[in-house]
Design a protein around this ligand. Structure first.
Ligand code: AMP
Length: 187
């Protein structure tokens, strides 16, 4: 099964991707996690990504696409995957389409977590006290939410037109959201 997990910052994408990956025995591929690891390891990719991440901007498509192409070429993705936080721009959607054509693969579903803006801001500010993410400060949070609205929300329409979009209530306990997601996927 090939699943895209999408949603605004703070919607619980990362948490759900990790749990669903375990429940469905699929690898979770999170571009945010790959970037953060690269920053910690001070790799070339990390140095390139860091400036954008710190500002709450998206890392340019050329960099992100090259990274994901490499990751999707690894052997553990043969039986499927959960992509967490990619694609996030129209350009990334087109690039992913071409990668999947190259692998003779198709997406099965795009799961979009829905949480309202007020709750998102509250969740992200709360996270800023428990995790030390450099992009969880108030001004950067605001920027990340705006960037999501401008660049990522429009891609949901693309997947809706393709009949792949499944919108899911992302409020409540994480475990409840997981059960909702699994029930929706089984249908
Ligand atoms: P996340 O952990 O998914 O919230 O991602 C954290 C940050 O990593 C984002 O604010 C972006 O700066 C960068 N990032 C993650 N995924 C992407 C992507 N698909 N395209 C561009 N930048 C990304």
């Amino acid at each position: 099964m090939r699943i895209l997990l999408t949603g605004p910052p703070g919607s619980g994408k990362g948490t759900q991707a990790a749990v669903l990956a375990e429940r469905l025995a699929l690898p979770a591929i999170s571009t945010g996690d790959i970037f953060r690891k690269s920053v910690t390891e001070e790799t070339v990719l990390g140095r390139q990504a860091q400036v954008y991440m710190a500002r709450g901007e998206y890392v340019p498509d050329e960099i992100t696409n090259a990274m994901i192409a490499q990751r999707l070429a690894e052997s553990d993705t043969g039986a499927g995957f959960i992509l967490d936080g990619y694609p996030r721009t129209i350009g990334q959607v087109a690039f992913l389409d071409s990668v999947l054509v190259g692998h003779r693969q198709k997406l099965d579903v795009v799961l979009a977590l829905v949480v309202d803006a007020e709750e998102l801001t509250w969740r992200l500010l709360r996270r800023s006290h428990t995790e030390s993410r450099q992009d969880d400060t108030e001004s950067v949070i605001r920027r990340r939410l705006d960037v999501y609205t401008d660049q990522t929300r429009p891609i949901l329409m693309t997947y809706k037109r393709r009949g792949l979009l499944l919108e899911l209530d992302g409020t409540g306990e994480a475990a409840q959201v997981t059960e909702r997601a699994l029930a929706a996927l089984h249908k």
